[in-house]
Write a protein that binds this ligand. Structure first.
Ligand code: ARG
Length: 483
């Protein structure tokens, strides 16, 4: 209908399907309706439309929230055109004025932000829940000896709790990124119109407050063109995928027979259709791949928004579904990992033997330096030779004393002292630095992280309360007093 003025022919049906966003607009359907309700209020406030008709249109839009449109009519380019056509059927004067001062460009930019804010709050909650599972596990296993690696070579005795806590801390940092993206998305483009603003006297501040945004965007060209906030969200999701991918790689490697440090839970494993002895950690394998999917989505989004002249281009439309796909993937992955974590079992004997001498031998060198003032380089060389003797099965009182003489280690150190210094439990309890794997310090660090999580929850609660209060008013669920 709107093309009649300028075009003589209808859009080719295949072309219409090709350019339509209807099949992925479902995600923003509700947000677009809310944006339209607000726009109608702006037109009313500006004295452009009557209160009576505005109210009628608003009621009609609210019923669309309860009984959503089915987005399957290929004649419509998108959800915006469909809602407009729908409203024209019931309140023609208002339906026909929906695009007065409002473009699909500012409407979609607003709707994406609105939905994204909600998605970010949900993601934040899922990450918090996952972190809590990790911290509970960290506490439970805070004294269970577990080797840690560098270069995938045994590096030092630590505990499984310490490793779990390290991942919780990584996730806590990702939460900071989520909050940053939330702040970036928390501004209303509505009133920017197609590209340069409008002569229609719209109160943008009012629109922002009705939609629960904390501010209005400052440049109409920027707010209708830029999708950096989407890229930010996708990179934040990619970082979460990356952390989960490393974690699941550890599960795959450490549950293999070669390491056998943990038992991967059966509920999350599959067997082979031909090799009956197999217990494959398939869930961890799938989690491990998600970072690749996420990077694909992120890269697509970057490339789709690159090389564009400012001002809306339809390329931008294709970015939006990438964002929602990424949320689906990560939410599902977090849910499954949250279930899996409590079921992991540490194989304590195997871990203990992986931490047995010479794994903790750096503490022998430390001891020689701290107690006898032996320069660390000398002590390190001596300890290196002792490691070699252990690997060769040649360490005894005799070879020890010979090696001490060779490296000028003038101390009363006996074989018994040496073995004692490397005893895994002794080693971990000897760590004194903050952030070390000493179980006492890990417990304290876990408690601090739990407090950080409480702070995170407070942040999310207050954002969600403001957000829901504003939107529930628009949805007519709270007395619709107009402010
Ligand atoms: N469906 C589009 C999107 O999702 C919005 C429409 C913009 N179309 C236009 N011709 N300006 O981004």
């Amino acid at each position: 209908m709107h093309r009649k003025g300028i075009m003589e022919r209808e859009l080719d049906i295949d072309a219409a399907k090709y350019i339509s966003s209807l099949n992925f607009d479902k995600e923003i359907l509700e947000s677009v309706i809310l944006v339209n309700i607000v726009h109608i209020r702006l037109l009313e406030k500006a004295g452009i439309i009557s209160s009576e008709l505005a109210e009628k249109a608003e009621k009609h839009l609210q019923t669309m929230l309860i009984k959503p449109l089915s987005l399957d009519d290929p004649r419509y380019e998108d959800v915006h055109m469909m809602i407009e056509a729908e409203l024209i059927k019931y309140v023609p004067q208002i339906g026909a004025s929906l695009a007065l001062g409002k473009s699909r460009n500012d409407a979609v930019a607003t709707a994406i932000r609105l939905r994204l804010k909600e998605r970010l709050l949900n993601l934040h909650e899922s990450c918090v829940t996952f972190c809590e599972a990790m911290l509970r596990k960290a506490l439970e296993e805070s004294e269970i000896i577990f080797p840690v690696y560098t270069h995938l070579q045994r590096a030092a005795p630590a505990t499984f709790g310490f490793v779990m806590h390290s991942y919780a801390v990584r996730l806590l940092k990702a939460l900071q990124h989520i909050k940053l993206v939330y702040e970036l998305s928390d501004e209303s483009p509505l009133g920017s119109a197609a590209v340069a603003g409008t002569s229609v006297p719209l109160d943008r501040e009012y629109a922002a407050s009705l939609l629960g945004f904390s501010k209005v965007s400052q440049n109409a060209l920027e707010s209708t063109t830029s999708r950096e906030f989407v890229i930010e969200a996708l990179s934040c999701l990619s970082i979460i995928a990356l952390i989960l991918s490393s974690l699941s790689e550890e599960f795959v490697v450490f549950s293999s027979e070669e390491f056998d440090l943990i038992t991967f839970p059966e509920e999350f494993s599959a067997t082979s259709s031909i090799m009956p002895q197999k217990r494959n950690p398939v869930v961890a394998e799938i989690v491990r791949t998600k970072v690749a999917e996420l990077l694909g989505l992120l890269t697509s989004a970057i490339m789709m928004s690159a090389r564009q002249v400012s001002g809306y281009n339809l390329d931008l439309q294709q970015i939006t579904p990438k964002l929602w796909q990424a949320f689906e993937i990560i939410e599902e992955t977090l849910r499954i990992m949250t279930k899996l974590i409590p079921r992991l079992k540490v194989n304590e004997d195997k871990c203990m033997s992986a931490c047995s001498p010479p794994t903790g031998i750096v503490e022998v060198a430390n001891h020689l330096s701290l107690k006898y003032g032996i320069p660390f380089r000398n002590a390190h060389a001596f300890a290196g030779r002792i490691s070699k003797l252990i690997y060769e099965g040649n360490l005894n009182e005799n070879s020890l004393q010979k090696t001490k003489a060779e490296f000028n280690i003038e101390t009363p150190l006996t074989l018994k002292d040496l073995v004692n210094l490397m005893e895994p439990k002794r080693v971990i309890y000897s760590y004194t630095t903050v952030g070390s794997a000493n179980p006492k310090l890990v417990k304290r660090a876990v408690e601090d992280s739990m407090m950080d999580l409480e702070e995170e929850k407070r942040w999310a609660r207050s954002k969600r309360a403001n957000f829901e209060f504003a939107l529930n008013k628009l949805k007519g669920r709270i007395s619709a007093q107009k402010t």
